[in-house]
Design a protein around this ligand. Structure first.
Ligand code: HEM
Ligand SMILES: *[C@@H]1O[C@H](CO)[C@@H](O)[C@H](O)[C@H]1NC(C)=O
Ligand SMILES: *[C@@H]1O[C@H](CO)[C@@H](O)[C@H](O)[C@H]1NC(C)=O
Length: 315
């Protein structure tokens, strides 16, 4: 336990020093066209596949929550090491090819300059913007990491987490309750498999089969998609009713008991977080401003030391 605390303190202090070294102008001299090359690669992928923005946003979140945003989520397993992307919560991580295409395009114009971690941070921002969400300047200068262990994905927050577990997971990364509520709004995009929310619709607890905080008709819809002992491979639900549009409908549905995860629902379990949910449900602008602020915070967690040439392998 003490060791964990020390490791966290070390992590946070190195984070604090690195935050200052990121800058929106970082590649102005060394690779002025890096951003447009990334945006082009993301745009091209989105034209062919509407699930790409959700994939990129979640990939960036997973990257940042394990040893900081160091591109380690992109590394492939090999040489006796099972990579993060092959760890247990990998069921829906996808779209890696988009980052690899973006990296190829960037390497072609300025070889060895732009980190994979920066490319992923830019791609996550582009994913939000291309889905009708806001745009913002991404501070850059992250370095890529060399450590990528599947077992460390266990430290990601789980969809079954309650509010105190979520607050702890975020605060270990220097993120506040406001960051937790705003970043959970990332669940306005994408898709979830049944396994991520089946705890709420079958054998919920000793007295309820279904989580009583779920809207009843929404719950029966989920039960139809995800029957108890009849697993359809790939079955699941969109994250909200407008799963390719970056908007505040996640919060509007959440207050009606129409969220997928226990972790989403738990945001209503304290007055502080509940008030933020209500604020974001009633104002898309308030949500967007908070989301930008918290994304910049989350994506400034860094832990790497090099610029990888191929995002899939350490140098
Ligand atoms: C608060 C803690 C969080 C938990 C417990 C959590 C959990 C999950 C789970 C279980 C899934 C579905 C996986 C599946 O079954 O396929 C998911 C999907 C997703 N999450 Fe989160 N998440 C959290 C925070 C975030 C954050 C901070 C972001 C980004 C800002 C994010 C963005 C997404 C997106 C975009 C998807 C859909 C992915 C896709 O369609 O490919 N999540 N999340
Ligand atoms: C996900 O992880 C499991 C092991 O937990 C592995 O067997 C599977 O191949 C991985 N899936 C992908 C798409 O990497
Ligand atoms: C949250 O979950 C943890 C772990 O299961 C538990 O110890 C704690 O009491 C729970 N907190 C609340 C407020 O339910």
């Amino acid at each position: 336990m003490a060791l964990i605390v020390i490791v966290n303190l070390l992590m946070l202090s190195s984070v604090a020093s690195l935050v200052n070294s990121l800058s929106v102008n970082y590649y102005d001299r060394t690779c002025p066209n890096a951003e447009s090359a990334v945006t082009d690669a993301v745009k091209k992928a989105v034209l062919n596949d509407k699930t790409v923005p959700a994939a990129l946003l979640r990939m960036h979140f997973h990257d940042c929550f394990i040893r900081g945003c160091d591109g380690s989520v992109l590394l492939e397993s090999g040489k006796g090491n099972t990579a993060e992307k092959d760890g247990p919560p990998n069921v829906s991580l996808h779209g890696f090819y988009v980052i690899h295409n973006a990296k190829k395009a960037v390497e072609a114009i300025c070889p060895g300059v732009v980190s994979c971690a920066d490319i992923l941070a830019l791609a996550a921002r582009d994913a939000v913007t291309l889905s009708g969400g806001p745009s913002w300047n991404v501070p850059k200068g992250r370095k890529d990491g060399r450590v990528f262990k599947a077992t460390e994905t266990r430290s990601l927050p789980a969809p079954t987490f309650n509010l105190s577990q979520l607050i702890q997971s975020f605060s270990q990364r220097g993120l506040s309750q406001q960051d937790l509520v705003a970043l959970s709004g990332g669940h306005t995009l994408g898709f979830s498999h049944c396994s991520s929310f089946e705890n709420r619709i079958h054998n919920f607890d000793a007295s309820h089969d279904v989580d009583p905080s779920l809207n009843p008709s929404f719950a029966s819809k989920l039960k139809n998609i995800c029957p108890a002992h009849n697993k359809v491979k790939g079955a699941g639900s969109t994250m909200d009713s407008t799963s390719t549009a970056f908007d505040n409908s996640y919060y509007k549905l959440l207050v009606q008991g129409k969220s997928l995860f226990s972790s989403d629902q738990s945001l209503l379990s304290s007055p502080q977080t509940k008030a933020l949910v209500a604020k974001f449900a009633s104002s898309k602008k308030a949500f967007e401003d908070a989301f930008i602020n918290s994304m910049i915070k989350m994506s400034s967690l860094n832990g790497g030391q090099e610029v990888r040439l191929d995002c899939r392998f350490v140098r």
